[in-house]
Design a binder for this molecule. Structure first.
Ligand SMILES: *Cc1c(COP(=O)(O)O)cnc(C)c1O
Length: 224
C-alpha cells in the first residue's frame, strides 16, 4: 500500500535538524499531490520546468513558495519571474543579468541562488567554483538591484560512492564559504546552501546544507 504524502513528509521532517528547510520537489507530480503536501503543512515546492510551474501555481494557495530548480532557458525568464519566489539554478552571469532585468521591469526583487557544478557528470549545469568566484565581482553584485543573491545550490555526483558524494558536498560548502568571506561578505542575506536530494540529503546536511530538495521520498516515483 502506498504511504500517504503527509506521513512521508513527517518522517523526513523528523530527521532534519532545526533550521534546515525542506523544499518538496513536486516536478512530474499532479497538483493533487502538492495539495496533499500543502494540507500537511508543506509550503515550499520545487519545480524544474517553467510551463509546469506556471500551470501549478494558480491551482495552489497563494502562500505556497515556489523554487525553480531546473535549467532555465533565457527565453523563459520573462514568464517565470512574476510567479517564482526563488530561482535556485542560476548557472551563468548572463542569466543572472537577465533575471535582474526582467525583475526590474515589473518592479520586483527576486531571490536567486548560484548553481555550483562539482559533480563528475559533464551534463550538469552550473559554475565551477573558481569560475564563480572570479565572475561574481563586487561591481556586479552592487549593480544588480533586482536580484537578491541568497546562496548557492548544487548536486553531488550520481554515484554509489559515499566518499565522492561527501567530497562534492564539501566543495559546494567550501564555495559558499569563499564567497561569504569575499564578495558576499557584507551581505547577510547570502546565507543558504541548497544541496541534498532523496538519496543523499543526510550527507548534505552533515556538510552544512540549509535547504534540502526532496522529491521521490515525499511523492514517490515521478508520474509523468
Ligand atoms: C529532481 C530534483 C531533485 C529531487 O530529486 P529526488 O531524487 O526525487 O529527491 C532535487 N534537485 C534537483 C535539481 C532536481 O532536479
Amino acid at each position: 500500500m502506498e504511504i500517504p504524502v503527509a506521513e512521508r513528509l513527517e518522517s523526513i521532517r523528523t530527521t532534519l535538524p532545526q533550521g534546515v528547510e525542506l523544499v518538496a520537489v513536486s516536478k512530474f507530480h499532479p497538483v493533487e499531490k502538492l495539495q496533499e503536501a500543502y494540507a500537511a503543512g508543506q509550503r515550499a515546492f520545487g519545480e524544474s520546468r517553467v510551463q509546469e510551474l506556471l500551470s501549478k501555481t494558480p491551482q495552489m494557495p497563494s502562500d505556497a513558495v515556489w523554487h525553480f530548480i531546473g535549467h532555465l532557458q533565457t527565453n523563459k525568464v520573462r514568464a517565470l519571474v512574476p510567479v517564482v519566489n526563488v530561482i535556485q539554478s542560476v548557472d551563468s552571469i548572463r542569466l543572472l543579468e537577465l533575471i535582474n532585468k526582467e525583475a526590474a521591469r515589473i518592479d520586483r526583487v527576486v531571490d536567486v541562488m548560484l548553481q555550483v557544478h562539482v559533480a563528475q557528470e559533464e551534463t550538469k549545469f552550473g559554475f565551477s567554483p573558481d569560475e564563480l568566484c572570479a565572475e561574481l565581482t563586487p561591481e556586479l553584485v552592487d549593480r544588480l538591484k533586482s536580484v537578491r543573491i541568497v546562496g548557492v545550490m548544487g548536486m553531488a555526483s550520481n554515484t554509489d560512492s559515499e566518499s565522492r558524494i561527501e567530497q562534492d558536498f564539501g566543495r559546494i560548502a567550501a564555495t559558499f564559504a569563499r564567497l561569504k568571506k569575499g564578495v558576499m561578505a557584507n551581505h547577510p542575506e547570502f546565507s543558504e546552501i541548497s544541496m541534498g536530494m532523496s538519496d543523499d540529503y543526510e550527507i548534505a546536511v552533515a556538510y552544512g546544507a540549509t535547504i534540502v530538495r526532496i522529491g521521490s521520498d515525499i511523492f514517490g516515483e515521478r508520474e509523468y
